[in-house]
Ligand binder design. Structure first.
Ligand code: ZN
Length: 379
């Protein structure tokens, strides 16, 4: 199911191949996020053209709207959204703990109120796996307890206990044909809890392992710490997935730390306020400096936004709220992430990932610095 093709001699970076029932995925891989059954502003043809191998769907959101009955009647999520390629579904654990108003955490799941209409709902390991079975995703995630980064050690301990128990319940549920199931390691920044959770899940024998409880609002050093604490306890012969991460520079660093799979809403989310990712950092297309700048967003980029359109035209579209503007920045940003991963795979294969990593990090201006510099310039 997962073939480890090569490991970088100077870091933990891995080149691999994950076989799912709907296709083979080359890793390291970036997975565009289609929470509501659509990667925001992009259609399936564009996703394929830019080299997308697998997208994400979300159990919590899709079960609220349009509802599992509609998707089941459509013949599953692939048929419903016209994406016949691999899909990974998140279990809904993260959304229940971050979006919904929780009424009660029970032994076998969570009673909560929908963030849409306040209706009382229940989601636990059994329900999350049943929905993912009906969605017929190629990779299903276990239902976990994802606590905020401000949790006390007592709360972290309780979350790990539940995550272990729920993972075991998820493993015993029936699956869709060919569906892989990944475990999720929690434990926050606690070394002992991360180790304990990883070892317990490893003994349950999942098809892959995710590092959860990262990207929950903590500063970057804590993200890397949680990944570094967890990675040594994950089986080397199975895929490892860093959930909800990150910026382009973070992805390069996470690959170097032995992670294979990534998903992040950033490329499409920041596109909506006119921010474009480049190999040198993020830029604001709306900035006055681009008013008559007829270069593309990025000279070397082969995406559909960069071939025919200039920064000046895209800036104009964004300023007058034309949908094409945010669509084109979404196309560029998503392709930038996918091409970055393709380059990483090539460089691991060629044995030159270390050089690539050094150059990339040296050239990439961290996003926050770019954004604050821009805010100051415009004040
Ligand atoms: Zn581009």
């Amino acid at each position: 199911m997962f073939e480890l093709l090569k490991t970088d001699p100077h870091s933990k970076a891995r080149l691999g191949r994950l076989t799912t029932s709907r296709g083979v995925i080359d890793t390291p891989v970036f997975m565009p996020v289609g929470t509501q059954g659509s990667v925001k502003a992009l259609d399936p043809r564009e996703l394929l053209e830019m080299g997308t191998q697998i997208i994400l769907g979300n159990t919590y959101h899709l079960s609220l709207r349009p509802g599992r009955d509609v998707i089941r009647a459509a013949g599953g999520l692939h048929a419903f959204i016209n994406w016949p390629h691999p899909i990974l579904t998140d279990s809904g654990g993260f959304q229940v703990f971050s979006l919904a108003r929780i009424r009660k955490i029970q032994a076998h799941g969570v009673e909560f109120r929908s963030h849409l209409d306040g209706s009382l709902l229940f989601l636990g390991p059994k329900e999350a796996m049943a929905i993912q079975r009906e969605l017929r995703s190629d990779i299903a995630m276990v239902f976990d307890d994802c606590p905020p980064h401000t949790s006390t050690s007592r709360e972290l301990r309780a979350a790990v206990e539940r995550t272990k128990r729920w993972a075991s319940e998820c493993r015993d549920q029936p699956r869709a044909t060919g569906q892989l199931v990944f475990g999720i390691v929690q434990g926050g920044p606690d070394t002992a809890l991360r180790e304990e959770c990883a070892k317990a899940l490893k003994s349950m024998g999942f098809d892959g392992y995710a590092i959860g409880g990262v990207s929950v609002g903590e500063p970057e050093p804590e993200i890397f710490k949680a990944v570094e604490l967890t990675e040594p306890f994950l089986p080397a012969h199975l895929p490892r997935y860093a959930m909800g991460l990150g910026t382009p520079a973070q992805l390069v660093e996470l690959v170097a730390r032995g992670l294979d799979m990534f998903d992040c809403v950033l490329p499409t989310r920041v596109a909506r306020n006119g921010t474009a990712f480049t190999r040198k950092g993020a830029i604001s297309i709306k900035a006055g400096a681009f008013k008559a700048d007829f270069r593309p967003i990025e000279e070397e980029c082969a995406c559909y936004a960069c071939r025919p359109f200039s920064r000046a035209y895209l800036r104009h579209l964004l300023n007058v709220n034309e949908i094409l503007g945010l669509r084109m920045v979404s196309v560029h940003n998503s392709q930038m992430y996918l091409k970055l991963m393709a380059d990483i795979r090539t460089r691991i294969g060629a044995g030159t990932f270390g050089e690539f990593r050094r150059e990339f990090i040296a050239n990439y201006l961290p996003t926050r610095r770019v954004l604050s510099a821009r805010a100051n310039a415009e004040r």
